[in-house]
Design a protein around this ligand. Structure first.
Ligand code: FE2
Length: 276
């Protein structure tokens, strides 16, 4: 099975790139399952129902989020009826929406997707490790699902690496999101779990984390907020990873970065470009 994961979609620039490219990428790579992190899709902050539906329409099977999930207040309502939108599973009990879902891939496989948020340099949610343990106990790889994909939305690479090794051999992939900058540590861990500290963003890299540069620089210099952060509108680089799954075990055979368009060096999963 082939799983395509796209990192945080930021604002109109990221949205336009993903909406235009995803149908073609799905076909080009013959992807069976697509996860997109959409928590910055609406003006850089949160997601609206209309944007969610556009992403699903373009070929996302699941849209994950993170700390900005409820920045657009309507998300508190529509997340209840949109089962393909996930928020971190370790929010307090009673939070609207769900952090985990079971979805059918194009090849018929059952994919469990878990969205979870880190606690280092972030809000103090419930323990992400115990939350993941609970979910894997309830629906483990092969016992409950053909593949298990974890979007770990976290700031600290230490916490992300710890999560990768914590579930190594028990999940198909642990994909880091939130920092918006793609890391170069994609690898298959010893137990067979695909791992990357951060998939990077789908957004304009002539920016500060996808935002127009002026206000963030001014805040570093003056410590005063003068205006709202606004997404940078230049051409986006689509960032993500491709994961080749061993259907017999549900573990990963290979992981490779995807970087298309915009300013970053270009990369595609080579193992998907040769005819098999
Ligand atoms: Fe985030």
């Amino acid at each position: 099975m082939r799983i395509l994961f796209l990192g945080d979609v930021v604002g109109r620039s990221g949205r336009t790139a993903v909406l235009e490219s995803l149908p073609k990428l799905r076909e080009r790579y013959r992807a069976d399952f697509v996860v997109v992190n959409g928590e910055n899709a609406a003006g850089g902050f949160g997601i609206t129902e209309a944007i969610l539906l556009e992403l699903l329409d373009a070929g996302a099977d699941v849209v994950t989020t993170g700390n900005h999930v409820f920045d657009q207040r309507e998300a508190l309502i529509f997340i209840e009826r949109q089962e393909r939108l996930l928020r971190p599973v370790n929010y307090p009990p009673g939070t609207p929406g769900r952090g985990v879902g079971h979805f059918k891939a194009a090849n018929g496989a059952d994919v469990l997707v878990i969205n979870v948020q880190g606690r280092v340099f972030m809000a103090d949610l419930d323990d992400p490790f115990r939350a993941i343990e609970r979910e894997l106990e309830a629906c483990g790889l092969k016992s409950g699902a053909d593949a298990v994909v974890i979007d770990f939305h976290a700031e600290a690479t230490s916490e992300k690496e710890a999560m990768g090794h914590f579930v190594d051999g028990r999940a198909t992939a642990v994909i880091g999101t939130h920092t918006h900058v793609p890391t170069a540590d994609e690898q298959i861990l010893n137990g067979g779990t695909a791992y990357i500290s951060d998939a990077g963003m789908c957004g304009d890299f002539d920016s500060i984390l996808g935002m127009d540069k002026e206000e963030p620089i001014s805040r570093f210099l003056t410590k005063i907020a003068s205006r709202r952060f606004a997404p940078s509108l230049g051409e986006a680089t689509i960032c993500g990873v491709g994961i080749e799954v061993d259907d017999a075990t549900g573990l990963a055979r290979a992981i490779a970065p995807l970087r298309l368009g915009g300013r970053l060096s270009q990369a595609e999963p080579a193992f998907w470009l040769t005819e098999t």
